[in-house]
Structures are given as C-alpha cells and as structure tokens.
Design a protein around this ligand. Structure first.
Ligand SMILES: [Mn+2]
Length: 319
C-alpha cells in the first residue's frame, strides 16, 4: 500500500460529492460488512454519506449486522447523475459485479479494494492484496495508515468481515489478521456477540439442512458422504448448503462430502469437500474448480446422472 496512493484515496473522498460503495453480487459477510464499514468510516472522517449498493440477495444470517438497513438494491438507486467516486470491494472478477456495473462504468473515478486473486482490475486505483484474509482486513489497514477515526460500528463490521471470511479463524493463513482481531477485541469487539448475531437463519432453512443431512448416503466404507438437495428444498437453503457439508464432514470416518443440488431439471450443482484429501481434481473433471479441499461444479445434466458420475469419480479417488 503506497503512501502516495493512500493520500490519493483520501483526496478523492474529499473531492467527491456523490460516493457509491458496492461489493459483489449476492453479498457474503465480508462483502456486506466491508461496504458498510467503509461507508461508516467515510461518514466519521469526511462527514459524507456514501450510497451502499448491492445486487442479488443478502442472506438472512446478515440481517442483524449493524447498518444493514443502509444497503440499497442497485435498481432503486438514481442512475441519472454519475457518481464522482465508486468503490468496488471484494468482487474477484468482473462478472460478480452484476447490476452495479453501470454505476462503475459511468463513475468519474473508481477505486477497488479486494483480497481475491483479481485479474479483472477495472478501477483507476486499486488496493488489492490476496495475502489478506478478508477485504475488511485491507480496509482496517487503510483506515489505520490514514489514522482515520473508528467507532464501535466500524469495529464490529470489520470483525464480522474477517470472522465470516475465515470461518471464525479456521482458514487463517497469516498471523497478522489475528493481530488485527486482537486490536479490535481490545477496542471492545465481542466475538461471541457477533457469532450470535449471525445465528439468524429462517426456521425452514435449518429444518431443510437437518432433513438433507438425515437423508445422506454413505459409500466406500463410510469414506464418502453424499447428500442430495432437491429442487423444492434448494430454495429453502440460505446460501450454498455449507451447514450440510460441515455436519456430514464431522462424522468419524468420512473423508469426502459431496452435496448435489438439483437447480433445474438439467442443471445440477455439485459441492465437494475433502477433510485431508484434495477434491479439486474431481471438481475439474466435472467441469468446475475451486480450492484443494473445497471445490465444486455446475453440471448441465440430471441429478441422477451426475450422482452416478460423482460416485464413479470417488471410486477412483486415492485411499
Ligand atoms: Mn471476501
């Protein structure tokens, strides 16, 4: 993060009359909380109200986040006058920007802040660091370097962005994000309170998750757990069925979890998890990809056919 760039960022906020901040389509915790934290930092330090925009759906679990009501659906925002400054956060690739893209294109100046390995840089100024655990971590560092004032709302939002993107520290790869959290906890952040605030799923979601788990099948001496979400259950899920994958992965002896989702008659979503064995190659064989232990694909075939293929692929998986 160059000092000259930070000064430039500060100057751009000073100069701008209309500011818009957006994350990726279908915001997750990091995306939503980073947007709101930056808006609050701009309010505290520049006395300016930024418009917080989103496209898609915000999961129910984020309804209790501070400032949640400030999020505006992109189609309800006046597109008549271009924004002087647009921040685009946590988006990864251009096609995750969704309906906010026209605001990005018409903006006088665009600043992006992202922790994804982002090859689609579209801003005039970029603060990208794929060594950061969350976009909230980058915002925390920017705010600190510029000596911006924080308040409890900012601190809670930045903590929530890190907690959600690291799965409550499970996916932390570098200690510095823990040092950031240590500072936030010393400043009054209550991790248990944030965790409880995120326990906010609709009853139908939890009951659906429990039903899907209870109907799971087990193969290859219990090493593979396979669960199926049918079309009518798919819409009851909040997100991508993370809880189903997590619960099945807790079973002794289960090495792999496969979750098959009937999205349409001829479209099946596949989510794969490996506890210590990689699943990315299997996802690639299904035309998808992802991380070593968490990967997936969307296959243009019936759920029944995809189930057969998945079982075959895991039959050959390393013991
Ligand atoms: Mn993120």
């Amino acid at each position: 993060m160059k000092t000259v760039d930070l000064k430039f960022l500060s100057q751009k906020i000073c100069d701008a009359k209309r500011i818009l901040i957006a994350g990726h389509k279908n915001p997750d915790g990091d995306s939503l909380c980073s947007v709101l934290a930056l808006a609050q930092l701009i309010k505290l330090n520049f006395s300016k109200d930024a418009v917080c925009a989103y496209d898609g759906n915000i999961p129910d679990m984020l309804d209790n986040m501070p400032m949640r009501s400030e999020m505006q659906y992109y189609a309800h925002i006046d597109a008549g006058t271009p924004f002087d400054l647009v921040f685009i956060l946590d988006y990864g690739t251009k096609n995750h920007i969704g309906g906010v893209m026209p605001f990005v294109k018409s903006a006088r100046y665009v600043i992006e802040i992202d922790h994804h390995n982002n090859c689609d840089l579209i801003g005039d100024l970029a603060f990208c660091d794929d060594a950061s655990a969350a976009t909230g971590e980058i915002i925390f560092n920017i705010a600190n370097k510029l000596k911006w004032t924080h308040d409890a709302t900012v601190n809670d939002l930045l903590a929530a962005s890190v907690l959600t993107d690291t799965g409550f520290f499970k996916y932390v790869r570098r200690g510095r994000v823990l040092r950031m959290m240590a500072d936030l906890v010393d400043a009054g952040v209550d991790i248990e309170k944030i965790s409880n605030a995120l326990n906010n799923k609709p009853r139908k979601t939890v009951l659906t998750e429990a039903g899907v788990v209870s109907r799971a099948e087990f193969f290859y001496h219990g090493r593979l757990a396979l669960a199926i979400i049918d079309e009518h259950d798919y819409k009851n899920l909040d997100g991508r069925g993370e809880m189903v994958l997590s619960l099945l992965g807790q079973i002794k002896g289960v090495e792999y979890v496969a979750l098959l989702k009937r999205q349409k008659e001829m479209q099946t979503g596949v989510s794969l998890r490996g506890k210590t064995m990689p699943v990315d190659e299997i996802a690639a064989k299904l035309g998808g990809g992802g991380h070593t232990y968490a990967a997936g694909a969307v296959v243009a075939d019936s759920l029944e056919n995809v189930r057969t293929r998945v079982l075959e692929l895991f039959r050959g998986a390393k013991k």
